[in-house]
Design a protein around this ligand. Structure first.
Ligand code: ATP
Length: 139
């Protein structure tokens, strides 16, 4: 692997490519084991991602992308993130995320009352997606 001062970052979902930048100085992702920062020439890595923000630094700018799980694969200074869904901060519909949050909170409340654990788990995941989108939109 040739030494380089930059990375290429690509984020893809089943609907297509959401993000691509070949001038990245640092990538920060949240894995199941905690935060992972990737600088140029980092050793190869593959890790599962949490429902969380992905931060991409280039020049003096930091982009944020809301990623719904998936995984990151890094080697040869190319990072590829594959996720079920991913939205750039400017593409996030905040009102939609707020109503998804309220809906999920209401479903959680009802599921707790009737002890419906599978409905509860689904709603908790929906809530995490909504909160993640809201947080990334405020980046
Ligand atoms: P909702 O209940 O609002 O549909 P959801 O979490 O169920 O939210 P997903 O199934 O994760 O939605 O995503 C379906 C599609 O809609 C994906 O393409 C995703 O990128 C997009 N999407 C979901 N929520 C938003 C949002 N708040 N802003 C922009 N795109 C969104």
């Amino acid at each position: 692997m040739a030494d380089s001062s930059v990375l290429t970052v690509s984020i893809v979902t089943p609907d297509g490519q959401v993000y691509e930048n070949d001038q990245v100085s640092m990538l920060v992702v949240k894995t199941k084991d905690g935060q992972l920062g990737i600088l140029p020439n980092h050793v190869p890595v593959i890790a599962s991602l949490s429902i969380d923000e992905v931060r991409i630094k280039h020049s003096d700018i930091e982009d944020a992308v809301a990623v719904n799980g998936g995984f990151v694969e890094f080697s040869g200074n190319v990072a590829t993130i594959v996720a079920d869904t991913a939205e750039n901060e400017s593409d996030i519909d905040v009102a939609r995320a707020e109503s998804a949050r309220k809906r999920a909170e209401e479903t959680i409340r009802k599921a707790q009352q009737v002890h419906d654990n599978s409905e509860l788990r689904r709603a908790q995941i929906s809530l995490r997606r909504a909160i993640n989108r809201i947080n990334v939109s405020k980046h």
